[in-house]
Ligand binder design. Structure first.
Ligand code: 5GP
Ligand code: MN
Length: 338
């Protein structure tokens, strides 16, 4: 069941209609859903004759650059002065696909905190910091923020506005956040919305091709190396772990997105209940955790031992160098030795 109904979706429309300077933002380390929901919202507002501007912590990654409008995503990282002005002058900030100011990164966080703009959040992650926002639309039962945007458009009576331009980024966000419609978060409603998007003109095969069939030789080799040389299987713990140092990634000309989904390949091994991917970046270790089933929550481990959090079966965190000791910490945590 969608959290959007005629009443609360019209409330949203009232807010955007009353605003003059709207900024759409999303979390750090952009993914298909943060970019997809932002572009879907941007083009929906445009279809209503409402101008807005997208500004994220980082620019859109290469695997999403084919999306119409991806080149209009401004970033804190690359256009710092411009981004500061955007937030300072905004009278409405729409926060998509994250639910607490810290998720934009410590450098950009003050811009959100100090903004005098009205703050609206639309998000599907657990434990929203509702006090931070003036208006919150939080639905942790929904697979993606992109689906929530589609629900909002439909609930507000604007289903007829759905077209290729609005629908393609939304399809992309739903597809990537559901692992191509396979995670338990994929509900009948998800497929009903996908049907509407395809009817509205979205060429779904192009979205799949553009996101998944774009490997470079370096990427294939890096993934091959990671799986063949850098994966440990802890049989007694039903856990597979992959780790990559910065030097190793450089060796294969690593680009953002090259290791996307690698942790899921480790989890796909028969008998594995958990998988983790440790990667070194900018002086710390970033960790992605994945698990299968209800009984192996990884968000608790991420929160308790790695300053992180997330969902039961998909979580993340960070730890200090060196990478071996971060991996060792994970093993000890699983064995209840810390
Ligand atoms: P990923 O492995 O794709 O980077 O992250 C998977 C999920 O874990 C994200 O959707 C997010 O909910 C959560 N997550 C990742 N990194 C962090 C982190 O540093 N802190 C928290 N609280 N959650 C994270
Ligand atoms: Mn999402």
């Amino acid at each position: 069941m969608s959290i959007f109904n005629a009443e609360n979706s019209l409330r949203f429309l009232k807010e955007v209609e009353a605003a003059n300077n709207i900024v759409i933002t999303a979390h750090k380390s952009p993914d298909g859903d943060s970019i997809g929901s932002s572009l879907g919202m941007y083009f929906f507002l445009q279809s209503l004759g409402i101008d807005s501007c997208i500004c994220h912590p980082d620019p859109a990654p290469d695997f999403l650059s084919w999306l119409t409008g991806a080149d209009q995503v401004h970033s804190w990282q690359q256009e710092n002065e411009f981004a500061k002005e955007l937030f300072a002058n905004a009278d409405l900030v729409i926060h998509l696909d994250f639910n607490a100011p810290g998720r934009v990164g410590e450098d950009m966080r003050p811009a959100l905190e100090e903004a005098t703009a009205k703050k609206i959040m639309i998000d599907h992650h657990l434990d929203p910091d509702k006090d931070f926002f003036d208006l919150s639309y939080s639905d942790p039962s929904c697979c993606s923020t992109s689906q929530m945007i589609a629900e909002l458009i439909i609930a507000s009576g604007h289903e007829d506005k759905l077209n290729n331009l609005i629908g393609t980024p939304l399809y992309c966000g739903i597809m990537t956040d559901t692992g191509s419609f396979r995670f338990p978060s994929t509900k009948p409603e998800t497929h009903e919305i996908i049907a509407k998007l395809i009817r509205a003109g979205v060429k779904q095969y192009e979205v799949h091709e553009n996101v998944y069939d774009t490997n470079t030789i370096d990427r294939i080799k890096l993934r091959g190396y990671a799986l063949a040389e850098k994966m440990e299987i802890w049989e007694d713990l039903d856990t597979a772990v992959i780790s990559l140092t910065e030097e190793e990634m450089k060796r294969f000309n690593y680009k953002k997105g090259d290791t996307e989904g690698l942790v899921n390949v480790a989890l796909s091994i028969v008998g594995m209940k958990r998988a983790a991917y440790f990667s070194e970046s900018e002086g710390y270790i970033k960790i992605s955790f994945r698990s299968k089933g209800e009984d192996n929550p990884v968000n608790e481990i991420a929160a308790k031992y790695f300053n992180g959090g997330g969902h039961k079966n998909a979580a993340g965190g960070r730890w200090d160098l060196p990478i071996e000791s971060a991996v060792e910490r994970f093993k000890k945590a699983l064995k209840n030795e810390i």
